[in-house]
Design a protein around this ligand. Structure first.
Ligand code: 2AL
Length: 250
């Protein structure tokens, strides 16, 4: 089965890291293709970045649909464009925030999200509410680390994240940690060993949930609001994004 993992930001080093985490999680027989859009923000850490990441992300889904891709992972913790991607995909589309939160809910009654900049905490909290984890998500903790500092080996990111995880476990009654950024995927194993609790990276979790759904023959519903987008004209710079009546070109 082919799973396309999309890093919706344009930082190639992060795409490589995400691809490694996805391949490490994948079962034999699963092919992982990890891509990022050719245009858009280099990192996603506010609502504006999220909005401008979505056209490129949807372009990657459209291209992969033509290759017969079985499932998609949106590898950014804001799960940008998730609903729109589902409208144009036949297979499952899994966001890493929803995957990580669901995984955490299977192994703890409550979890903490440890993320990047303080301002992204509200975004993660809103996702927890939207996915039904209002009670289970005991806290969302920022580390004041910009996303691209996770790509800098001299940033001290690991120590800062470890410290915040420890505070979450000590103060928030959490039994598990959810990593709040795809760029933290490579830190999971060491953090889990050091903290002695489940530490969940959404990239790996989303790959496993995708494999499970595809194996079960379950794709995205095409009834109701996940039906194909309505064919219509888009104007100006977005003309090429217009949904077509011929689904192969949507
Ligand atoms: C992210 C992420 O996973 N990728 C990105 O660009 N920003 N998440 C975050 N909390 O900052």
């Amino acid at each position: 089965m082919l799973i396309t993992v999309i890093n919706p930001n344009t930082a190639a080093s992060m795409t490589e890291k995400i691809g490694n985490a996805a391949r490490a999680a994948a079962a034999p027989g699963t092919q992982i293709v990890c891509v990022n859009p050719p245009y858009g923000p280099v990192s996603i850490e506010d609502h504006y970045d999220e909005a401008y990441a979505v056209p490129g992300l949807l372009g990657e889904v459209r291209a992969a649909e033509k290759q017969g891709c079985a499932a998609y992972v949106i590898a950014c913790f804001g799960d940008p464009g998730l609903d729109a991607a589902r409208e144009i995909a036949d297979g499952p589309v899994i966001g890493i925030a929803e995957a990580a939160m669901h995984a955490a809910s299977f192994v703890s009654t409550g979890f903490s999200v440890v993320t990047t900049l303080e301002r992204t905490c509200v975004m993660a909290r809103r996702l927890a509410d939207r996915y039904g984890f209002r009670d289970a998500c005991r806290s969302v903790r920022g580390t004041d680390l910009p996303v691209l500092e996770l790509e800098n080996p001299h940033s001290g990111a690991y120590a800062r994240i470890l410290e915040e995880c420890r505070s979450a476990l000590a103060q928030d009654r959490s039994g598990a940690i959810v990593l709040g950024c795809a760029g933290m995927a490579d830190l999971r194993a060491e953090l889990s060993k050091e903290l002695g609790v489940p530490v969940i990276d959404g990239v790996a979790a989303a790959v496993k949930f995708s494999e499970a759904l595809v194996s079960l023959g379950i794709g995205t519903s095409k009834r109701g609001d996940y039906a194909r987008p309505l064919p219509k004209k888009y104007t100006g710079a977005f003309a090429d994004y217009a949904p077509q009546s011929d689904q192969s070109s949507t």
